[in-house]
Design a protein around this ligand. Structure first.
Ligand code: OGA
Ligand code: MN
Length: 221
């Protein structure tokens, strides 16, 4: 029996006008919400990755390197880093590479590479307010979250809340609906994941600049 997530190449071309709109939104507001960018087939295939035995999920931690620690009072998601070995993962990484090049051409952001992980939030879990990158202390510059949850309803919780730079005012509250891609400047938006009342599936990722002078690397996988 063929396994659809691991045998079918899946992708969908992205029109240049979409990249234009994304670049404009990043310049004007620092974040963008793109619905149905990658096509339903890829979203379905990425969701199927979570059920594949090759995917070894582990409880996510906080901090980097020696500071790395599990802290369920801060975040309760379980993650699996994406390596690109399956057709779905390869198609996702190819799309994110296209996006990287498109943004570099338009905004000269110098995005150098991209790292990403599958994230599973069991019922009742959350991720408290945090920033993905501290100003000048990280090479993560642009955060992405792709959601894989069909028919997410109002009462299901699990919204992504973006705050202003001071972490005080809510800028946007977004449902993790399948096909939605949220892109935001990593240093500028404190954000949180509200408690999920239904199992919540997503792919979180970060474009990085090449700054090995910072002496900081990402948490060990
Ligand atoms: C993260 C994160 C947001 C989300 O993984 O750093 O903030 O909506 N995820 O899943
Ligand atoms: Mn985050």
């Amino acid at each position: 029996m063929p396994d659809p997530a691991h045998s079918q190449p899946v992708s969908k071309p992205i029109p240049e006008s979409t990249f234009d709109a994304l670049a404009d939104a990043l310049v004007e507001r620092g974040y963008a919400v793109l619905d149905n960018l990658l096509g339903e087939a890829l979203i379905t295939a990425l969701r199927a990755e979570f059920d594949h035995p090759d995917c070894q999920f582990k409880t996510a931690g906080i901090g980097r390197e020696e500071d790395h620690a599990i802290a369920l009072d801060i975040r309760g998601d379980r993650i699996c880093w994406i390596e690109g070995g399956s057709a779905a993962a390869a198609a996702f990484l190819a799309a994110m590479e296209t996006l990287r090049l498109a943004l570099n051409r338009r905004l000269f952001m110098g995005l150098f590479d991209y790292e990403s992980h599958l994230a599973y939030y069991p019922v009742g879990t959350f991720y408290k307010k945090h920033v993905d990158a501290f100003v000048g202390r990280s090479n993560r510059v642009l955060s992405t979250v792709l959601y894989l949850n069909p028919s997410w309803a109002e009462g299901d919780g699990g919204e992504l809340v973006l705050y202003d730079e001071a972490g005080a005012a809510v800028v946007e509250k977004l449902c993790p609906e399948a096909g939605r891609l949220v892109v935001f400047l990593s240093e500028r938006f404190p954000h949180e994941v509200l408690p999920a009342r239904r199992e919540r599936y997503s792919v979180a990722g970060w474009y990085r600049v090449n700054s090995n002078t910072t002496g900081r690397v990402d948490p060990p996988a």
